[in-house]
Design a protein around this ligand. Structure first.
Ligand code: SAH
Ligand code: SF4
Length: 384
């Protein structure tokens, strides 16, 4: 079997190279070629020993995901759609900002959590992505952007990664952690732990494991300040109710690279956006609600997300003034609150739109084939 080298973190690659009779420093060289230079052709890895290149030729490959389409928004946002087989596709989105470049990465094809306001959730779960498929999104995007943006050697395009694309990353833990390690490795992408964010709907045991195995910044999708409402929006709340989730957040903070948790709260018209609920949210995070069960204040930031509507949800975006009023209640209580700017609206790259293309899975294979014909494929084989 040919090994897919994007599947390995540095330790994994060192073990693989050891199996070929090669020393660790050779693995470091190889890893740097792949991730720092974006090289996939062993013959072009000029300072690798000839013997190693020969061994790799038959035993390994660096295979990107087949690219289905690339869309560029007027605001600089870029959205890529990748084929992950069997009629499934995942999306990756680059969001340029004045001070940083953020890549939003998918962790699963579909999602089993089934949140009411999320088009990925409505799509259902297809399968977990492998480590290599998660890393391939960054590998491709980084090197493609360096090329298209004409960046000078050594300047990177992406310095911030958010696991906020399709899927629940903490329900694909085994593949996630080696992918995070490659993002963080100085020989890989060299990203700061503070600038790699795992976003979760609240898989409590895995929040604890992440704290032990690979603490990075944590975003928790809250969406409601009490269990009854949260259950109706995020079904996983039945398994891991708010007091357990908040306790896990407190424990996480002990090891987290940031001294706060980001709570995401998607504002849905008439559902979770009233001033009363804003006050209840204040009480929850300041440890005064029943659901806080004496946990005390949770150092946090609130990120309010304007809902991106899709027809099957039957939900609407809260009016702007309601969003501002909700934010005001939080700010008045001393909670740092941001309202997410919607980006890439013209290319459907905004949060929660990511699954739009493959919503109807029964028909997805045919439509993907069709897309191949009608959308120019920028780089088949995903070579940067
Ligand atoms: N499964 C993880 C990460 C992917 S979803 C999680 O739920 O956190 C990333 C973010 O997008 C989450 O905060 C999610 O609540 C939000 N989101 C999902 N659908 C959305 C929609 N239609 N409009 C706005 N935000 C949405
Ligand atoms: Fe899954 Fe996150 Fe969407 Fe919920 S919001 S269905 S957890 S991707």
């Amino acid at each position: 079997m040919v090994a897919q080298l994007l599947d390995f973190d540095l330790e994994g690659l060192a073990a693989f190279c050891a199996g070929l009779g090669e020393k660790r420093f050779r693995a470091v060289q190889l890893y740097r070629w792949i991730h720092q230079k974006g090289e996939s052709d062993f013959e072009r890895m000029t300072d690798l020993a000839h013997t190693l290149r020969g061994k790799l030729a038959g035993a390994a490959q660096v295979a990107g995901l087949p690219l289905l389409s690339e869309h560029r928004s007027a605001d600089g946002t870029v959205k890529w759609l990748f084929d992950v087989g069997a009629g499934n596709a995942v999306e990756t989105v680059f969001i340029p900002e004045a001070d940083r470049g953020t890549l939003c990465i998918s962790s699963q094809a579909g999602c089993a959590v089934g949140c009411r306001f999320c088009s990925t959730g409505h799509q259902g779960f297809s399968r977990n992505l492998g480590t290599g498929e998660i890393v391939a999104q960054l590998w491709f995007a980084e090197h493609r952007l360096r090329e298209t943006l004409g960046l000078a050697a050594g300047v990177r395009a992406i310095d911030n990664v958010v696991m906020m694309g399709m899927g629940e990353p903490l329900q694909n833990y085994a593949a996630l952690v080696p992918a995070l390690r490659t993002m963080l490795s100085d020989h890989g992408y060299g990203l700061s732990r503070r600038r790699v964010t795992v976003s979760t709907s609240g898989v409590v045991p895995m929040i604890d494991r992440l704290r032990e195995d690979c603490p990075v910044a944590l975003a928790v999708s809250l969406h409601a300040p009490n269990d009854a409402l949260r259950e109706s929006l995020v079904p996983l709340n039945r398994k891991y109710p708010l007091h357990e989730l908040l306790a896990a957040c407190q424990r996480y903070l002990a090891a987290a690279p940031r001294d706060f948790i980001t709570f995401e709260y998607c504002l849905l018209d008439g559902v979770n956006d009233t001033p009363e609920l804003a006050h209840e949210l204040v009480r929850l995070v300041s440890g005064q609600a029943v659901a806080s069960r004496g946990l005390g204040r949770i150092p946090c930031k609130l990120n309010l997300i304007p809902f991106n509507p899709f027809p099957a949800s039957g939900l609407q975006r809260s009016p702007r003034q309601r969003v501002l009023d909700f934010a005001q209640v939080l700010q008045d209580a001393g909670i740092v609150t941001t309202i997410r700017r919607t980006r890439g609206d013209d290319i459907d790259a905004a949060c929660g739109q990511l699954a739009g293309e493959v919503q109807d899975r029964t028909d997805a294979r045919r439509r993907l084939a069709l897309r191949r014909e009608i959308i120019p494929i920028a780089a088949a084989g995903a070579q940067p």
